[in-house]
Design a protein around this ligand. Structure first.
Ligand code: ADP
Ligand code: MG
Length: 280
């Protein structure tokens, strides 16, 4: 077992951009994943889709090296990050941009300084380069007129765009976004979606989005990992739409589900059904 693994793992790792291989994860007694494997392609948008509590944020935090799995390999740009020291993880984190829920902009700093901070502290860029880079990413998210504002002076959609600008300011290879649309009105959510697509194309950045929103997933994803209570399914949006797996079909078409149940007069018994709408 050990001889085979050690002779093949490095070759696999060198070709693998972003993947779980047989990852098991638990918090105490609570098992979240058992032998979960998936692979996301470079320079594309992949979406981790699933209901509340299905493990989406956990999967993203594992990819970002913020938590450790119980077992299995997590490959990021060729490295199995479960095997790296804190020191080695530093180089991996430099390849990652993260837009996490509540993803904190510092309230006491202007938008400009929030973006400049990691560039100055971590990358040691010159003032002129920082200014150029900050202006470029603020322009990319449509916030070029907001650089002197404090986060408290921005709307919810603008805060999210500023967080996105901050996450891409360091030019990461891979951008990880946890529920980037949650809490936004539909127009702001569509704007964030369009920005993620633009960032992916313009910077050829791999984008991983955690979401429970089916329509936007189907529009922007190249690859989808659907986390279900009893396992996971991976495929392109078209492959998932065509799936004959009843669990996949009912997740992707909650309205059909409700309509079918309504026909047999059982809809009243459904607890608080959101008619397929997002739950925020
Ligand atoms: P999702 O993002 O899909 O809503 P999460 O990944 O946040 O789901 O959580 C998956 C499961 O793991 C849930 O049952 C959640 O309660 C549990 N969980 C997540 N983080 C922790 C933690 N730090 N400690 C204990 N349980 C956790
Ligand atoms: Mg979550």
């Amino acid at each position: 077992m050990t001889a085979d693994t050690s002779s093949t793992a490095p070759a696999t790792a060198a070709r693998t951009h972003l993947a779980f291989e047989d990852v098991s994860m638990a918090f105490g007694d609570r098992e979240v994943f058992r032998n979960l494997s998936f692979r996301f392609p470079p320079a594309e948008i992949s979406v981790i889709l699933g209901g509340s509590g299905s493990g989406k944020s956990t999967a993203l935090r594992l990819l970002g090296g913020l938590i450790q799995p119980v077992s299995g390999c997590i490959l990021v740009d060729g490295d199995d990050i479960t095997q790296l020291s804190e020191q080695q993880m530093y180089a991996v984190r430099a390849k990652l941009g993260m837009l996490f829920q509540g993803g904190a902009l510092l309230d006491s700093m202007t938008v400009f300084d929030n973006l400049a901070f990691p560039l100055r502290e971590r990358d040691g860029m010159s003032d002129a380069d920082i200014e150029r880079r900050v202006r470029e990413v603020l322009e990319a998210v449509g916030l070029e007129d907001a650089e002197e504002l404090l986060p408290g002076q921005l709307s919810g959609g603008m805060v999210r765009r500023a967080g996105l600008a901050r996450a891409i300011a360091t030019r990461p290879l891979i951008l990880l976004c946890d529920e980037p649309f949650s809490g936004l009105d539909p127009i702001s959510a569509r704007r964030i979606e369009a920005l993620l697509v633009e960032i992916n194309r313009r910077f050829r950045m791999t984008v991983v989005v955690v979401s429970h929103d089916i329509p936007s997933t189907m529009r922007m994803a190249s690859e989808v990992l659907l986390l279900l209570p009893d396992g996971a399914v991976e495929g392109t949006p078209a492959a998932l739409q065509a799936s004959t797996d009843a669990r996949v079909a009912s997740f992707l078409n909650p309205d059909l589900d409700a309509a079918a149940l309504h026909e047999v007069g059982r809809v009243e018994s459904l607890p608080n059904r959101p008619h397929g709408a997002p739950t925020w």
